[in-house]
Design a protein around this ligand. Structure first.
Ligand code: IMP
Ligand code: MG
Length: 208
């Protein structure tokens, strides 16, 4: 499946060309994916998903917390398609919370919190090593779903990757720590619309 590749030498956009909350101005290097581009790409992912799902019922499972903005926007686009075309897919939602990160490092422990009816379409923020997603998928397989499709807005190009690839990818990004659009650094920066590169000062400032 096609996706947008953001090269390693991508310069991005200077912060002052966009609207960024004042409380984060000192913490970010540049905007790497502006909010509008995220939305345009998400709209197309919705179209691809509806096309591939045929008329199957979708249980959309949001992987919290980082996936919540992408999940909500993706579902809005699927809903728009559902109400404006001859073909439509019935949709229910569920939520699960996974935690594996401390500061800017992935830990080996993936904690799973919540989620009752685990099934079909899984919406996720970012795949780095792939460990979180592999843990979730093995959990989901215990519920014998008919089909599981994973949609991830971002996939990181990193030598730490396990080789895992989601079914749908928004963007492939360089091996940098990214924040915004619900991606966090120790819970900060979820309240930022654009996806940005965190600077080294900020890593210290918000360290736990
Ligand atoms: P994985 O298990 O290494 O694939 O890590 C996936 C999880 O780590 C994501 O769901 C995020 O919560 C977090 N993560 C990985 N890279 C980043 C990043 O660049 N910014 C923010 N969170 C990240
Ligand atoms: Mg996180």
């Amino acid at each position: 499946m096609a996706y947008i590749q953001i090269p390693d030498d991508e310069k991005g956009y200077k912060l002052d060309l966009f609207c960024v909350p004042k409380h984060y101005e000192e913490d970010l290097d540049q905007v790497i994916i502006p909010h509008g581009l995220i939305m345009d790409r998400t709209e197309r992912l919705a179209r691809d998903i509806v096309r591939d799902m045929g008329g199957h019922h979708i249980v959309a499972l949001c992987v919290l917390k980082g996936g919540y903005t992408f999940f909500a926007d993706l579902l809005d686009y699927i809903k728009a398609l559902n109400q404006n075309s001859d073909k439509s897919v019935p949709l229910t939602v569920d939520f699960i919370r996974l935690k594996s990160y401390c500061n800017d490092q992935s830990t080996n422990i993936v904690k799973v919190i919540g989620g009752d009816e685990l099934s079909t379409l899984t919406g996720k923020d970012i795949v780095e090593t792939g460990r979180t997603m592999e843990t979730l998928l093995s959990l989901l397989s215990e519920c014998n779903p008919k089909m599981v499709k994973v949609v991830s807005l971002l996939v990181k190009r990193t030598p730490r990757s396990s080789g895992y690839r989601p079914d749908y990818i928004g963007f492939e990004v360089p091996d940098l720590f990214l924040v915004g659009y619900a991606l966090d650094y120790n819970e900060y920066f979820r309240d930022l619309s654009h996806i940005c590169i965190l600077n080294e000062n900020a890593k210290e400032k918000y360290k736990v």
